[in-house]
Design a protein around this ligand. Sequence first.
Ligand SMILES: Nc1ncnc2c1ncn2[C@@H]1O[C@H](COP(=O)(O)OP(=O)(O)OP(=O)(O)O)[C@@H](O)[C@H]1O
Ligand SMILES: [Mg+2]
Length: 355
Amino acid sequence: MARVICILNQKGGVGKTTTTLNLGAALAHRGKRVLLIDLDPQANLTIGLGLRAKDLSESVYELLTDPNSDALKMTVPTKWERLDMVRSHIDLSGAEIEMFTMIGRETRLDRSLNNARAKYDYILIDCLPSLSMLTVNAMVAASEVLVPLQAHPFALEGLGKLFEVVQMINEGINKKLQVTGVLVTMYDGRTNVSKETLETLRRDPRLNTQIFTTTVKQNIRVAESQKDGVPVIHFDPSCHAARAYMALCEELIEMENGTIASECAERITAREEASGKKERTFTTDLVANPERLTKKISDLHGAIVPLTSDAHASPVSALLGTVEPGSAPNSPASETLHPSHPEEDKADDTNPSVI
Ligand SMILES: Nc1ncnc2c1ncn2[C@@H]1O[C@H](COP(=O)(O)OP(=O)(O)OP(=O)(O)O)[C@@H](O)[C@H]1O
Ligand SMILES: [Mg+2]
């Protein structure tokens, strides 16, 4: 049965599409059967894989508007083994308006995935930068939310709102839904602002168990690979971004054992050390704070924290501590936040320390 993960952050330009594409490619490379769903009318994921939908009938639009649709019938293979996708189309933006009058509009995507769940190991949904009916469909279909987050103070602003919406969906229509992890992207270790933002996140008791150890740094290879329509792990397997997405893939697979996000890398490293593996998954340049990685390894006694335990759920609840059930806005769908593209602070990504 597939793990269905939506890659979600209502903030624009934080690395959602890049993460969906490269994490999906990494999982497929690792032997998992992967379906990518492009739910964004910008169709960046579709184009990023060198594909196009001729018209809406070939796109995810069908899954959202036809109550009898089956995602399996809409999938197309990519050039890479085990990696399929459902394409988007620029006219998808009209689907949202059409959906307003439809019965069961929140569950359209979920129902269309019934057959696909049995065929794939992972279904990753690339969301658009807003909390809208399309993203509600993604959250109803998924059991996990992966949040890419740029290491920038503005990036933290919308985080509470995002967790609040996840909580509302969890309390209402989809009890399975939880935040599975926060991925820091476009990190620039040479700037204090990046370092301080990451430290703030890691220190925050409401979030720290949910932050993946892998940190994706700014890397020019990402844009170059997207220009060629090739996942970065195939474009340049040795570059930082490729290794980071392979490491994130290992963290995600480690979660299949019930491990929480912040513990995955430590467990993988401890296992690799014990087996004498020379090439480690986690090298210091993939981790923004390497001390973290080593400090707990000796404390690991093999106790697995279940994914659904309170230990995992509590940071979300704590973050939402001030929100009483029912005090939230009437419908998450009514809350459409406008995307804001964080100002690019992409200093010198040709610096060898970040490549
Ligand atoms: N690690 C990275 N290093 C350098 N550039 C990156 C990195 N990750 C993403 N980018 C670039 O940042 C831009 C935004 O990334 P991406 O499209 O993945 O964000 P998004 O959250 O999907 O955006 P949107 O909200 O518009 O859908 C793209 O131009 C992408 O090439
Ligand atoms: Mg995108």
